[in-house]
Design a protein around this ligand. Structure first.
Ligand code: PEP
Length: 250
């Protein structure tokens, strides 16, 4: 097993309420979490600052925004800038999530621009990539994923502040998880690309996590793969089984 720190992110998406975020965070704070896992949760932006208050006495759980806009300020109604995330003390941001790419039509170029802005602010990035079912059926998974990583990579100068999340679109929120072999194949291809195009050191240290219908039951097998360094979890991050996913390597 590698010595890369296992990373589990919980993407709450546009779910929850004041009551729910309080109880989810309180339960997580009280849970027995593997101290070797880095845990990052991404509540809706509205709850980030109150969540930060709730986590004040806690050093196990970090916060992430679900997106961030590259312009520092101005007439961009509805957006939250990376400068503002930094100002608010939010250390992570998810960028390029497939829901942003498909529903909100974000391009590789948009994701690259946001990645640059995040890193300029010292905000860590969970960079999401992944192919659609149609692309997988045409045998294009690796080509698509590498081109998405490559597009953002041109704006990444510090890979220690980036975690790559491989999230096949067909597995997100569908209950259809990639097999451990399918996920490992793509993770390895990303790592090989990093070795060839960035450096051997980055390839060795970069965390590449898997997302797409991960749950308390399938996490252990996926976590046993040599190039899977953790998970980005949607649906199950709102349930008690999130703790089992955090503890998948125990
Ligand atoms: C996600 O949205 O990043 C995700 C992986 O969702 P789910 O776990 O629900 O498939």
């Amino acid at each position: 097993m590698s010595d890369r720190k296992f990373f589990v992110g919980g993407n709450w998406k546009m779910n929850g309420s004041i009551t729910q975020y309080k109880s989810l965070i309180t339960d997580l704070k009280n849970a027995k979490l593997d101290p070797k896992t880095q845990v990052v949760i991404a509540p809706p932006a509205l709850y980030l600052l109150p969540a930060k208050d709730l986590l004040q006495d806690n050093d196990k759980i970090e916060l992430s925004a679900q997106d961030g806009y590259h312009k520092p300020s101005g007439a961009f109604t509805g957006e939250i800038s990376l400068v503002q995330l930094k100002d608010a003390g939010i250390p992570w941001v998810i960028l390029g999530h497939s829901e942003r790419r498909t529903i909100f039509h974000e391009t590789d170029e948009d994701v690259a621009t946001k990645t640059k802005a995040a890193l300029e602010q010292g905000v860590n990035v969970i960079l999401c990539v992944g192919e659609t079912l149609e692309q997988r059926e045409k045998n294009e998974s690796i080509k698509v994923v590498i081109s998405q990583v490559e597009a953002a990579a041109k704006n990444i100068n510090d890979w220690s502040k980036v975690v790559i999340a491989y999230e096949p679109v067909w597995a997100i929120g569908t209950g259809k998880v990639a097999t451990a072999e399918q996920a490992e194949e793509v993770h390895k291809a990303i790592r090989d690309w990093l070795a060839k195009s960035v450096s051997a050191e980055v390839a060795k240290t970069e965390r590449i996590i898997y997302g797409g219908s991960v749950n308390g039951k399938n996490a252990k097998e996926l976590a046993s793969q040599p190039d899977i360094d953790g998970f980005l979890v949607g649906g199950a991050s709102l349930k008690p089984e999130f703790v089992d996913i955090v503890n998948a390597r125990l």
